[in-house]
Design a protein around this ligand. Structure first.
Ligand SMILES: [Zn+2]
Ligand SMILES: [Zn+2]
Length: 212
């Protein structure tokens, strides 16, 4: 098994966690032994989030998707944003806010759960009024946390440890874009995402009755 950042290995990772006996839980209570909190910070692409969400639903897995209202890359306020939220919920996933500090305004589209985008250490683990901060004590500590940021696992890909049930519980942060778009490096993957984005925008232009 190669630990590639692609959907085949993502599926293997989920199957490994199931084989290890983990329960896929949400951020509505503090984690206990045997829990796997699957967290998706959606930084760049709603399409990638939806593709990952469909795969997860196909293998019976639930996750929490953290979506941005202030993204530089997608517009959650557009009809496509509404449709994305509806689809994610329809597949059984939860939707939280991927917040840009200090704006923690959680409206009716979101569950009361928040993950800061690129947080500074000064507020990263501080509790937030009216919502669970995924990095607050009880939900987060370094020993029970793995992240795929920039296609680099700081402690290696966790699939083997999950398959063996070695981690008491885990908050696993997975960024959909870097698994859904092809590429052997983060740079290649981002260029593939931009190619797909160009096609998506061309479709949008046609739908907007722009003569191409
Ligand atoms: Zn792996
Ligand atoms: Zn982020």
């Amino acid at each position: 098994m190669t630990c590639a950042f692609d959907l085949d290995h993502y599926r293997e990772l989920l199957e490994a966690a199931k084989a290890g006996g983990y329960r896929f839980t949400l951020f509505d209570r503090e984690p206990r032994a045997g829990d796997l909190l699957l967290r998706h910070d959606v930084d760049l692409s709603l399409d990638a989030a939806l593709e990952m969400a469909e795969l997860e639903a196909g293998v019976g897995v639930k996750a929490t998707y953290f979506l941005m209202t202030r993204s530089e890359f997608y517009n959650l306020g557009a009809p496509s944003g509404d449709a994305a939220i509806e689809r994610l919920r329809g597949l059984g996933h939860r939707v939280g806010l991927h917040a840009v500090h200090p704006d923690a305004a959680i409206d009716e589209r979101f569950d009361p759960v928040l993950a800061w985008h690129n947080p500074d250490p000064g507020y990263m683990t501080e509790p937030v009024e009216g919502a669970v901060n995924v990095m607050q004590p009880g939900f987060f500590d370094a020993e029970h946390y793995r992240s795929d940021s920039n296609q680099r696992w700081r402690h290696g890909c966790p699939h083997e440890q999950l398959a063996r049930g070695e981690l008491q519980w885990l908050q696993l942060l997975v960024h959909p874009e870097i698994w859904v778009f092809p590429g052997r490096t983060m740079g290649e993957t981002m260029l593939a995402m931009l190619d797909a984005e160009r096609e998506r925008r061309l479709d949008r232009l046609r739908a907007d009755r722009i003569d191409l």
